[in-house]
Write a protein that binds this ligand. Sequence first.
Ligand code: ZN
Length: 356
Amino acid sequence: MMPLTHRLIAAAALVLVAAHRTSAQLPGCSPMPPGSGRAGPAFTFNKVQADVIHAVGTGTMAVGANATIIINERDLMLVDAGLSPAAMCVLFEELKPITTKPLRSVVVTHFHFDHAHGSQVFGPDVEIIGSSFTRAQLAMGNSVRGRGYEAFIKSLPGQVAAAKAARDTITDAKRKDAANARINLLEQEILADAAVIPTPPTLTLDDHLTLYRGGREIQLRFIGRAHTGGDVVVVLPKERIVVTGDMMTFGVPFMGDGFIDEWPATLERLKALSFDMVLPGHGPAFKERERIDWLQVYFRDLGPKIKALHDAKVTSADAAKQIDMRSHVAHFPNLTAVGVDPNAVARAYELLDAKP
Ligand SMILES: [Zn+2]
């Protein structure tokens, strides 16, 4: 028989193993990665059903896209992996009061940094699933360059410098505190981004893939090009939920890598799926299917407007300043001024120029 001290050590080791299995689920989160600093909780967990959670950033930290946590009988599935290792580790830290089930699979809806750059923390026991397009983009390094990355991440040092200059002109103490909080957030985001090692999916699909977890069916589908060349949507047919990434967001999505001409037809195929609730990559969950119609109408208006200016040899930058989409303001309240995102127009020009 084992001496008492040895038995105590063995028992303590068992407890440690158990604690490791239930709480420290992500091997890349110990120690916490750089850029985890935040002023208060980083996520609001919106329980759209008892075991389906739409996690939305609160604004205390740059976390990137929304994440969806699907709580299965024995494990968790995550849809979208956030902006950074820090964002993912904070997500799972804050999720502990709700569930400590082990994470087994992650779906990356597309290759953009704000959906894919937390993947390195999951470790070898977690399958990372995405389209083969998404895998190729991440493997080629296209999540750390291009229009989106330039606009939102490479611009961060300049944003910090501008925010500091603006802060130094503020005299009101409250406004100065708010400006400092904003500067801290941006500086944490720079630290978090510097720690990113883009990590491609370990399992890919070209058309569809269905997972069965306990009594739940989880469908992954590629239904056509839209926000990127390889967006995957996740359908929970029994729960009548669809997770759309940035193919369908609450407002107008980023179009810098998109296919404006093909996007409305892809959204038509989205509408044909069975769901009552949309969990978008940005903005709140919603039930109104007409939001999808509104976005189709927007693209069908924008595409020809861009093409007319392209054919008239107007530069892409000038076209972006001229295009007037204010007629859509009832559906997209921020469209109050003339002009559209130059990234959208540059992308559309690129596709038009590539046409034979
Ligand atoms: Zn995106």
